[in-house]
Design a protein. Structure first.
Lengths: 575, 576
């Protein structure tokens, strides 16, 4: 419930919409009751042949109540939906505020990207919280209380029955069904998960399954999972139907009771018969609202789960503390030199070390290339320098100052970064380049686009989400131009040109090194070409440093680098 | 594949049931209303005693009971119908996926297919569980009510007849208007709703650039814009129901007025009839409004149905097999005669391939990306059927032979082999050799250079891998695939050689293993290594789906200019 408390807190920012939703909902509900009450009264009155004038007043009030009720319903819908969407907006902002300090460390846990989509979906799912969980019971309660008060004016007995009915149909029955609901829900999700896994395995492993003749067996298992999932779904739906039907029947029984007791009182002479029709109509109308309470538990459960998943994402304090431990707010002065001493690192969820006992030095103004097979720990090394994670053992020092004394932000401020995956936002090329630095002129940006051979782009060209309308090479060049526009004294580049052809690569990197003449540059390279001018080349394999030296030294040594170079030369890159 | 309506009509029995439930519900509503009215009438006007009306109250109890039970049964039948349809659809899809090899495994859209199988099928649900019962009820019950009203008091019936048609009419008019409007807003809304995800995904980039704090406002703004756009559409929908509410309110007002006037001035109807009409009329309009909301429910499923129809109509020539056995002792020779393959109209095609591969022959397939190398490998594997020409095994059509016998003699080592959920031992033993002993499995693992790693694991060969198990690196997966091949000792090995990124050890193991395997088997490699090409007995040089030349490296160097160019560009490119 604590999780929902967080949601409610955000919800209450929109007090006005909540108030109007409840007010309009109340007006709509109570006038509907009034409408049926007065029409019941009208017809009874008419049977006693009153004056036309009396009749007209009642007819007019029936109509007026009808119109007010319809308008109230409209208002309720309007304000409750507007409130919901505003709440979602506040929710997103608040969630973002909490997630922001945790990035990028947190993304390691949720690498799939699916999770972020799920987060978005969970926020979306919370729209039902206000619309179906939070305010409708308030409205329901208000309408009932007024109705009970109204009936009490005529008959305490009838009022009492309505009150008991309220308790039974809105609290007792839904709570009973809520208990079973959770179990049913859990089973459905479990079966769905199983089926989804099997379908995924079947499709992704199709070729291997086919060749290894496992297809039929897997298909058989799949059919079973399909059935198991369907059975659970069916059970859930029928469970819901049953709880709705049960609630509906109870509310009808209450109306029957109202009618019966009312009839008894009239027959007994304790109630004027003219009100009997009115009571019957009132009871039938007011209990119509309780039917929706049957669905209340499932919406509550859904909101509760969405809220707890969301808080689980941002609520992991231990990791946050580790990366946010800033002892002193120092910053990097001048062109940095970096040293790694016996650095060992394993990702939190893995047992294998990604880096083992790495000792390295990047002198100020030096140019270093890191090479090695995929999975050797090159990118991780770079991420440690960016303080995405803290090392488990050993030390990283910037200008002889431990990285512990530096905040993430103070490192990033002095760094031009190109990662393997660079994000581009929905907007224009200009929007995306301006992220580098706010005060850039169009001329500067256009100049840089030309330098990375993107001269054919206009600053007004559209960029879609994740830059999906750009090719891999274009994205890399755009990321490089963004880094070039920052002009910080440290360059950390992770395979910045892997999708760019060799000629363009040489050209762009040539310009980059010219600009970075004085700076410290560290490039993770996927190719072994163009490394001749580097001050040092670091060769990694399986998280350890295999060898280091200049291109010539390594080639003369005829070690790991030399062999990699031989293989690369024999590999047919045919694109 | 047929439409949703046809799928529903397939379940006639259930539909008839729902109709019966609707009719009886209608009767129950009439009965309920009548009994209610009768109770009031007797007590209020006829001065009856309480005991007089007890039978009526009991009758009312049963009417209420019948109404809820029938409602429940109708919904339940709808749910059952939905289950049946969903089950059938999933079966059809599975069948389709397993028969249509090329579609399932080669076009790389597995993610999309998983979502069709799971989500799209589930989206169909509400059509059967909600829409159909609701539509049937909303059509039948008002009719029954109307008939009863006409028999009791024609004037009320006439008022309804005149006003009621406005409801569906407005629904249609407004429905069209909303549709245009919503489509207009849809692009806008899609852009907004993606904004939050976009920012979350780009958070690392934003933080590195020191821009993350400002994004808060962007999120707020785009969220609020999204709200406003959505409210535009919703407002129209709410206005619609307001109008509908007014129409029904108005007609009920007219009915009430007419009844009252009759009662007082003309005094030509009884209180019973008047009250009865007054109770029935709202029931009529409520059901009619339900029909409107039912259409809304149905629309969501229509899109899903179309997606499913598209998925199911994609057809492909099935791969046929015969009954002739392929004894393990018989060497295998493969021949393609004028073979061609296409993924569909306008799609990539492999044309007129002539080639022969003898037992134990080492073959390298060479060509640019998109030249058709992988497709050719799949044709040779018997995973897809040639769409023209033929494939012969030992001089006879491939389709003469037993599927099992063929796959028993074949291994396929892809760049990204699939690991099944199971232990390492199970993963190595998979494929016709489930009877393999642990000793044999360990031997195969040793030959594939994976035994060291396996021994280092706590549970050794019993370590679970694959879905939900331990994650292996690309190089390790490939070594598992090679261990499979060693255990199987097939006659033909299809090998998709990796490009780069392997560590030296895996690189060496791969080379040594393939060489070892090639002693006993024909190895057909999609080649990326110069030495593989140089060592091949035969090179198949593909370009744009066509066979440009076959021969040894030397022969092609000598006689084929494009090949010579390609090799020299490669070597030249590497030299600088």
């Amino acid at each position: 419930m604590n999780n929902l408390g967080y949601v409610i807190k955000i919800l209450f920012v929109e007090k006005k919409d909540i108030f109007y939703s409840i007010l309009c909902g109340f007006i709509a509900g109570i006038t509907a009751v009034g409408l049926f009450a007065s029409s019941g009264y009208l017809i009874s009155k008419a049977a006693l042949t009153p004056s036309i004038f009396t009749l007209m007043i009642i007819v007019a009030s029936v109509k007026m109540l009808g119109i007010i009720s319809a308008l109230g319903r409209y208002g309720e819908r309007y304000f409750s939906h507007r409130g919901t969407f505003t709440m979602l907006s506040n929710m997103r902002v608040s969630f973002y505020e909490q997630l922001e300090p945790l990035a990028p460390t947190i993304f390691r846990k949720y690498r799939s990207g699916d999770l972020l989509a799920r987060v978005v979906g969970d926020v979306e799912a919370l729209q039902n919280f206000f619309l179906r969980v939070f305010y409708p019971p308030v409205v329901l309660l208000l309408v009932f209380l007024c109705t009970i008060f109204f009936t009490a004016l005529f008959s305490i007995e009838v009022a009492l029955i309505v009150f008991v009915g309220l308790i039974v149909t809105t609290f007792v029955v839904p709570s009973i069904f809520a208990l079973t609901q959770r179990k049913v829900d859990r089973l459905v999700r479990q079966r769905r998960g199983e089926l989804s896994t099997k379908v995924t395995e079947f499709l992704y492993g199709f070729r291997d399954l086919k060749i290894h003749q496992q297809l039929e067996e897997k298909e058989g298992e799949l059919h079973q999972s399909v059935q198991a999932y369907l059975d659970e779904q069916e059970r859930e739906s029928i469970h819901n139907l049953f709880s709705q039907a049960a609630n509906k029947f109870l509310s009808l029984l209450i109306s029957l009771l109202v009618l019966g007791v009312g009839a008894y009182l009239v027959a007994d002479g304790r109630l004027d018969g003219i009100y009997l029709a009115m009571f019957a109509m009132v009871s039938l109308t007011v209990f119509e609202n309780t039917t929706s309470m049957a669905a209340f538990p499932s919406y509550l459960e859904e909101s509760r789960q969405a809220a707890s998943r969301l808080t689980a994402v941002v609520g992991n304090d231990s990791e946050q503390d580790k990366s946010q431990e800033v002892f002193e707010n120092r910053s990097i002065q001048g062109v940095p030199s970096i040293e790694l001493k016996n650095v060992t690192f394993a990702f939190p969820d893995e047992t294998r070390n990604t880096l083992t006992n790495v000792t390295l030095a990047f002198p100020a103004g030096s140019k270093t290339a890191i090479v090695g097979p995929s999975g050797s720990g090159k990118s991780t090394l770079l991420q440690l320098l960016l303080k995405f994670y803290s090392v488990d053992q050993g030390q990283i020092r910037f200008n002889n100052d431990s990285i512990d004394h530096l905040s993430q932000e103070s490192i990033w401020q002095k760094t031009n970064v190109v990662l393997q995956e660079n994000h581009f936002f929905y907007g224009t090329i200009r929007d995306n380049l301006l992220l580098a630095s706010g005060g850039l002129s169009d001329t500067e940006m256009e100049f840089m686009l030309k330098k990375v051979k993107l001269g054919h782009f206009s600053l007004d060209d559209k960029v879609l989400e994740k830059g999906e309308n750009l090719s891999g090479g274009e994205k890399q060049r755009l990321a490089i131009s963004r880094a070039l526009l920052i002009q910080s004294p440290l360059w950390l580049l992770d395979e910045p040109t892997s999708s760019i052809d060799a000629l363009t690569e040489a050209h762009i990197m040539g310009y980059l090194f010219e600009k970075a003449k004085e700076d410290t540059v560290i490039v993770v390279s996927h190719r072994l070409t163009g490394l001749e001018k580097m001050n040092q080349i670091i060769v990694m394999d399986h998280g350890t440093l295999v060898e280091a030296g200049t291109f010539e030294e390594l080639m003369d040594k005829k070690g790991y680098f030399y062999e990699m170079k031989q293989i690369e030369q024999s590999v047919f890159f045919v694109n | 594949m047929v439409g949703l309506k046809e799928l529903a009509l397939e379940q006639k029995r259930k539909l008839v049931l729902i109709v019966i439930f609707a009719v009886t519900t209608g009767v129950a509503i009439i009965g309920q209303s009548y009994l209610l009215v009768a109770v009031v009438d007797r007590i209020f006007l006829k001065d009856a005693t309480f005991s007089d009306i007890v039978p009526l109250l009991i009758g009312l109890f049963f009417a209420f009971f019948a109404r809820t039970v029938l409602q429940y049964l109708s919904g339940r039948t709808g749910v059952k119908m939905a289950s049946q349809v969903k089950g059938n659809l999933r079966k059809l899809l599975l069948n389709k996926f397993s028969k249509n090899t090329a579609q399932s495994s080669l076009q790389g859209q597995s993610g999309k297919k998983v979502s069709v199988m799971m989500d799209t099928v589930d989206e169909i649900d509400s059509y059967f569980s909600n829409y159909i019962p609701q539509v049937i009820q909303a059509t039948i019950i008002p009719l029954i009510i109307l008939v009863v009203i006409f028999t009791q008091h024609i004037a009320t019936g006439l008022i309804i007849m005149i006003t009621a048609p406005f409801i569906p009419l407005f629904m249609i008019i407004i429905g069209f208007k909303t549709k245009d409007k919503s489509e207009e807003q849809l692009d806008k809304m899609a852009a907004f709703s993606g904004g939050f995800l976009d920012t979350l995904q780009g958070l690392t980039t934003l933080k590195l650039l020191g821009r993350s704090k400002e994004q808060k406002e962007t999120i707020r703004k785009s969220s609020l814009d999204f709200r406003d756009a959505t409210m535009e559409v919703l407002k129209i929908a709410f206005q619609n129901s307001l109008v509908l509410e007014f129409i029904s309110m108005l007609s009920m007002g007219i009915i009430a007025l007419e009844l009252a006037l009759r009662l007082i001035i003309f005094q030509d109807i009884t209180f019973l009839t008047a009250f009865f009409m007054l109770v029935l009329a709202p029931e009529f309009y409520t059901k009619l409004k339900d029909l409107g909301s039912a259409f809304h429910t149905g629309r969501g499923s229509m899109g899903a149905a179309k997606k499913l129809a598209d998925e199911l109509t994609e057809t492909e020539k099935p791969v046929l097999w015969g009954t002739e056995s392929l004894e393990r002792v018989v060497p295998l020779a493969i021949e393609l005669r004028g073979a061609g393959f296409t993924y569909g109209e306008d799609a990539f095609t492999l044309k007129n391939i002539q080639l022969e591969i003898g037992p134990n022959e080492q073959v390298a397939i060479v060509g640019k990306t998109g030249a058709g190398k992988s497709t050719l490998l799949n044709v040779i594997a018997g995973l897809v059927s040639v769409s023209e020409g033929e494939m012969l095994i030992n001089g006879k059509p491939r389709s003469n032979f037993k599927e099992k016998d063929w796959f028993d003699r074949l291994s396929y080592i892809s760049q990204n082999p699939y690991l099944f959920s199971g232990t390492i031992a199970e993963n190595i033993a998979i494929g016709g050799r489930l009877d393999a002993t642990r000793v044999e499995i360990v031997q195969a693992a040793e030959k594939a250079g994976i035994s060291e790693l396996v021994d280092s694991l706590e549970h050794g060969y019993d370590t679970p891998i694959g879905e939900g198990g331990r994650d292996l690196s690309g190089g390790e997966k490939q070594r598992i695939a090679i261990a499979r091949a060693f255990l199987k000792s097939p006659s033909i090995i299809l090998f998709d050689e990796p490009t780069t990124g392997l560590d030296l050890r895996t690189e060496k193991i791969l080379q040594a293993s393939i060489q070892e395997l090639s002693k006993e088997s024909a190895v057909i490699t999609v080649a990326h290594r110069l030495h593989t090409i140089k060592n091949a007995d035969k090179i198949i040089f593909l370009d744009n789906g066509e066979l440009l030349a076959t021969g040894t490296h030397e022969e092609l160097q000598e006689s084929v200019e494009t090949y010579r160019n390609m090799v020299s560009v490669q070597q030249g490119g590497m030299a600088n």
